[in-house]
Write a new protein. Structure first.
Ligand code: SAM
Length: 310
């Protein structure tokens, strides 16, 4: 199968990210390599792109897709949460970072990865196939309180407590093994009247479990603090988020950096400095054009924020 994914807000990304065609750019979320390929086409022979993904399948597929640019890119299989470690000894300074958060369509559409509530598959949901923790472990071994709190926090699901209760009751009889088993439990937990409107009843819970399995919010936060150390003055951080939790973290970190605050992951040990680290370029996030949403409905929720190193 082709590693196919329609890159979101491609023109906007290129416009916001590339100020120097001889620059070094880091695509922290390589995915289907669509953004990386377009960056390589735009920067020409003097620029360089480093592509990172924690999914080995994305890395392998990108090698083939980018083969015409052999001297101009390098790929790293790793988690952008450890950005410093991944970049050390590879680059000195960076002209731009791109984060196109979440999953690629190819991950979502591959039923055996267990990300989709619309497809029958195992409860897996790992982006990194070498990782131990899977969705099965979360669903079948977390205590009720922990389940309820993660579904509430990461899914912003008001029926979180009922869903956690139903999960625990169901698994007392038999483990919950597949995506469709889990969808059935969630549907049973949410009253029919509340299921009649709005998104698919399992959407929020699946998002929450996926965030937990991959520690997605911790990774975004940790990486964004690390970017400023690597950026050249005038270099940019471009972040595309797809739900409010990702967007809120991005907005909050940009705001702190623009006010001269630097923190560690978890907003711990924040220190104030005299000078701001960045200037916020997008006071309000950029949104995809209506034509793009019609052509690619997955772009609908995208919000693009940009900060520039001072
Ligand atoms: C939305 S897709 C990117 C699509 C890509 N921009 C394109 O144009 O094809 C997000 C990708 O980021 C990867 N990813 C998500 N979190 C990551 C992390 N913490 N570290 C490394 N890769 C991550 C996912 O595995 C996925 O392949």
């Amino acid at each position: 199968m082709e590693y196919g994914h329609k890159s979101v807000m491609l023109a906007e990304v290129l416009q916001q990210l590339i100020s120097n065609t001889r620059g070094i750019f880091v695509d922290c979320t390589l995915g289907g390599a669509g953004h990386t390929k377009a960056i390589l086409e735009t920067i020409g022979a003097k620029g360089f792109v480093l592509g990172i993904d924690k999914d080995i399948r994305a890395i392998n597929a990108a090698k083939e897709k980018l083969k015409d640019f052999s001297q101009q890119f390098s790929l790293i299989h790793g988690d952008f949460r450890y950005l410093d470690e991944l970049l050390n000894s590879k680059v000195e300074k960076v002209d731009g970072f791109l984060f196109d958060l979440g999953l690629s369509s190819i991950q979502l559409d591959a039923s055996e990865r267990g990300f989709s509530y619309k497809k029958e598959g195992p409860l897996d949901m790992r982006m990194d196939l070498e990782q131990k923790l899977t969705a099965y472990d979360v669903v079948n071994s977390y205590e009720k309180k922990a389940l309820s709190s993660l579904v509430y926090q990461y899914g912003e699901e008001k029926w979180a407590s009922r869903i956690a209760g139903f999960i625990v009751k169901t698994r007392e009889r038999n483990p919950i093994k597949s995506t469709t088993d889990l969808v059935d439990v969630i549907k049973a937990a949410i009253p029919a009247s509340a299921r009649r409107t709005g998104p698919h009843p399992a959407k929020r819970t699946f998002q929450a479990i996926r965030i937990e399995v991959n520690e997605e919010l911790k990774a975004i936060e940790s990486a964004l603090w690390q970017t400023v150390k690597w950026l050249k003055v005038g270099g940019r951080i471009v972040v595309i988020s797809y739900h409010s939790l990702e967007d809120r973290i991005t907005k909050k970190i940009f705001k702190n950096l623009a006010q001269g605050f630097m923190c560690e992951a978890g907003f711990k040990n924040c220190k104030g400095f005299e000078e701001p680290f960045v200037e916020i370029v997008t006071k309000r996030p950029l949104r995809p054009k209506e034509e793009e949403i019609i052509e690619n409905p997955r772009a609908r929720s995208a919000k693009l924020r940009v900060a520039e190193r001072k």
